[in-house]
Design a protein around this ligand. Structure first.
Ligand code: ATP
Length: 257
């Protein structure tokens, strides 16, 4: 389950504003993918389409050759976990209860969580450094703490596909790196797709990068193929120098200011 995602000729519009145009891509197990591109280029809209939050106007999204629009939400939730960009939780659940919700796809109606669920939840709360927050109300946490709790919930879903929509936006530098490391360390038997704004994080962590420009794929491939002076100029209208990162040996972008 969740070995491969095929996006075929995907187009999407909000009203008469076309936001995604004829996108075809494949994502395979064992890889960390980043989606990059300027503000408004359609990155979040793409993540919402491939997670069935919104429905493509044309084209399809297939997981292991099955159209996600024909899948039950619970079945999809066993295969795919999403960490969204904007997390609004205004009900007074404890952090532990919120993370436990990640186990719901595995339960029948009114079936209780068991010791195995608790052990899974504790494992991922410790990994995301949220175990010490377990008895707090979610409404009392900071933006970065909430994002870590939502990551723990997504990990507790134990899905083969993880979508991260700008997970780093609320996180300080330590947690940005820690988080991307957690997800990268899990990639062997998962598909990880992350929307990232920081080109150098994308370059360091990704096996493949997809560069969007106005809802179309401008470039895709390895960091070396995508992170080039020409692509950055064309898509961000920004002049940059590219060096080799001395630690990771990946392309390292420095804007010319
Ligand atoms: N719910 C919505 N209704 C109408 N238009 C929307 C909606 N959500 C996004 N848009 C528009 O669709 C376009 C793409 O937005 P999207 O959020 O996918 O871009 P993005 O690349 O994720 O941007 P950012 O980097 O700023 O997060 C933008 O022009 C945006 O204004």
């Amino acid at each position: 389950m969740g070995q491969k995602i095929d996006v075929r000729n995907l187009s999407f519009s909000y009203g008469d504003q076309q936001v995604l145009k004829d996108i075809s891509l494949s994502f395979n197990k064992g890889k960390f993918y980043s989606i990059i591109g300027p503000n408004g280029s359609g990155k979040s809209t793409f993540i919402k389409n491939i997670s069935k939050l919104i429905t493509p106007k044309a084209g399809s999204v297939l997981i292991d050759n099955q159209d996600i629009c024909k899948m039950k939400n619970k079945e999809l939730a066993k295969m795919m976990a999403v960490i969204p960009q904007n997390i609004l939780i205004d009900y007074d659940f404890t952090v532990f209860d919120i993370v436990m919700m990640g186990r719901s796809p595995y339960k029948r109606s009114f079936q209780d969580f068991n010791g195995e669920d608790q052990a899974i939840v504790e494992k991922y709360m410790r990994a995301t450094n949220t175990w010490n927050l377990k008895d707090q109300l979610i409404t009392n946490l900071s933006g970065g703490e909430i994002q870590r709790v939502i990551a723990a919930r997504a990990l507790s879903q134990e899905a083969d596909i993880i979508l991260l929509d700008e997970i780093t936006s609320h996180l300080d530098i330590q947690y940005q790196i820690e988080f991307l490391n957690i997800f990268r360390s899990l990639k062997e038997d998962k598909i990880i797709i992350a929307v990232l704004h920081d080109l150098n994080l994308a370059s360091t962590f990704s096996d493949e990068i997809i560069l969007l420009k106005r809802g179309q794929v401008e470039a895709k491939g390895s960091p070396e193929e995508v992170i080039s002076k020409e692509n950055i100029k064309k898509v961000y209208n920004l002049s940059v120098e590219i060096f080799e990162n001395p630690v990771s040996q990946c392309p390292y972008v420095i804007p010319i200011v």
